[in-house]
Design a protein around this ligand. Structure first.
Ligand SMILES: [Zn+2]
Length: 509
């Protein structure tokens, strides 16, 4: 039709004009909508949210350590000025910052740092409630080793323990005390544990207790204070007999492994490590209840309560220790959660959630294991997809090599892991039922949750309740409910171990 032809020509012209305007607009600039800061020992994240994609250049300056970031195409506004006040004194990496209009359309932010950092700067496309985000992640030069952190925490809790509750102290003392737990410069933590099979935690703790004062383990980052002070001189752990003489004691060949070689399948004497994985965090709030309760806060509280129980617990006389994949409000990518648990050679992995469903009527707790072939129900598939989107919301630098390695690793799930996970999940489900909580379904469900893909660690994801249900949201906020939930999960873990005693560690990673 003639009319149609005419219309199209006009539209085409209009299209080219609009395109030119668009280019012009991008050049002229974006508007900053919000800024957020997520300080944590692992890394501090600064997020700058805007109505269009930002481009930037950054420069790391030596001493004193600073990071200058030039953001192009924007004008300094109040949102950006607020960044200055959002730096907390306890931030492990940022001392303070200055922000100013450096040139027309260029805003410069200068971060004064507490230590040299390895910045990762990347952009995220709009997702969920967020518009465009520019993310600055400040990582330490040397990544925090989860195993070292676990040891430091354990020594801090029991400074006089001097080692694990086993008889290997003397033998372990033979290991060269200077042996680093990880080669320097490996960052982030390596995928493959660099330590021998056996009881790495026990061995490392013994090593740590041998170190001279200044090298004594301290929390990797000291919260509070402007600058990390010199490592505190810890009360020396129960001193080992002084090694008189000169030559280093000959390393006694793999003490623990040797001792364990003949261990029966039902006995072991080592610390039992349970990885607890509070879902979401930082930029990813998880689900939000009708009264505004955030999933990320509730699940962290439940994880802390369960941690206390685990750290006071034991399995056949072997002490237990909880390891948290996050212990503060910051985002941990799904692959990193798995990687951390593998790094500490966790015996179990328990991811804790309290999600929303499409209808407020949905209620009840459920426990999930991994599935290699499809989900056990459409609800399970829906939840797994939702959880797997956490990386998009939380924000992952997909160009990062480490992330790619982790993704590749996530396809190595095994049938044995899933069978054990189903047993663990079943034990937990029974205990949750015991506290009078409703169950969404009476059996362990399965779906392709990315966070459950450690190939060698029985892994479950516990949906403690639906935060979208008003009554369950109210329950989740109650201390006594959280306590009984933690009790139930602890009993489930113990019941699992009673039926499936932990073995001496022998897996080859
Ligand atoms: Zn969740």
């Amino acid at each position: 039709m003639k009319a149609g032809g005419l219309k199209r020509r006009v539209l085409l012209q209009g299209g080219s004009i609009a395109l030119m305007l668009g280019v012009h607009q991008i050049a002229r600039g974006a508007t900053i909508l919000a800024v957020r800061v997520w300080p944590a020992a692992d890394y501090t994240r600064v997020t700058i949210e805007s109505d269009a994609r930002l481009s930037s250049q950054q420069l790391v300056v030596g001493s004193p350590p600073r990071l200058a970031v030039d953001i192009e195409g924007i004008e300094l506004n109040n949102e950006l000025r607020e960044l200055v006040g959002k730096i907390k004194p306890g931030d492990p990496y940022i001392n303070g910052l200055r922000v100013g209009q450096n040139a027309p359309n260029v805003v410069r932010i200068v971060f004064d740092l507490k230590q040299t950092v390895r910045p990762q700067v990347f952009s995220l496309a709009p997702v969920a409630a967020y518009r465009h985000r520019m993310v600055l992640d400040l990582y330490p030069e040397q990544a925090i080793d989860p195993m070292e952190a676990l040891i430091a925490e354990r020594l801090r809790d029991a400074p006089k323990a001097g080692g694990p509750a086993n008889n290997n102290g003397a033998a372990v003392a033979g290991i060269a005390p200077s042996a680093p737990a990880t080669p320097p410069g490996t960052a982030p933590a390596p995928v493959r544990p660099a330590m021998p099979a056996g009881d790495p935690l026990g061995e490392l703790m013994a090593q740590q207790s041998m170190r001279p004062g200044p090298a004594a383990p301290a929390p990797p980052v000291v919260a509070g204070g402007d600058r990390p002070p010199a490592p505190p001189v810890l009360v020396a752990p129960a001193p080992l007999p002084p090694v008189v003489g000169t030559a280093p004691v000959r390393p006694v060949s793999p003490p623990v492994a040797a001792a364990r070689g003949g261990a029966t399948a039902s006995r072991t004497d080592r610390i039992i490590i349970v990885a607890l994985d509070p879902g979401h965090g930082g930029e990813d709030p998880g689900a939000t209840g009708p009264s505004g309760t955030r999933e990320k806060d509730i699940v962290l509280q439940v994880a802390f309560r369960l941690r206390d129980r685990i750290n006071a617990g034991s399995v056949n006389g072997n002490p237990m220790r909880a390891f948290l994949t996050r212990d503060a409000d910051f985002f941990v990518p799904l692959g990193v959660r798995v990687q951390k648990a593998r790094r500490v050679q966790a015996d179990l992995f328990v991811s804790i959630h309290a999600d929303a469903f499409t209808t407020p009527a949905a209620r009840g707790a459920s426990v999930f294991a991994l599935s290699q072939s499809g989900a056990s129900s459409s609800a399970a598939r829906w939840l797994a997809n939702k959880e797997n989107d956490a990386d998009k919301v939380g924000g992952v630098n997909v160009g990062n090599h480490e992330v790619q390695v982790q993704r590749a690793l996530l396809d190595m799930s095994t049938t044995a892991q899933i069978n054990d996970s189903l047993k663990l999940g079943g034990a937990m489900l029974g205990e949750i039922k015991g506290i009078g909580a409703r169950l969404h379904k009476g059996e362990v469900e399965q779906a392709g949750f990315a966070v459950l893909k450690a190939p060698d660690i029985p892994s479950v994801l516990v949906e403690t309740a639906f935060i979208s249900n008003p009554e369950e949201e109210a329950n989740l906020r109650r201390v006594d409910y959280q306590e009984s939930l933690a009790d139930a999960l602890m009993r489930g873990i113990q019941r699992y171990f009673a039926q499936n005693p932990p073995l001496a560690r022998s897996r080859q990673l």
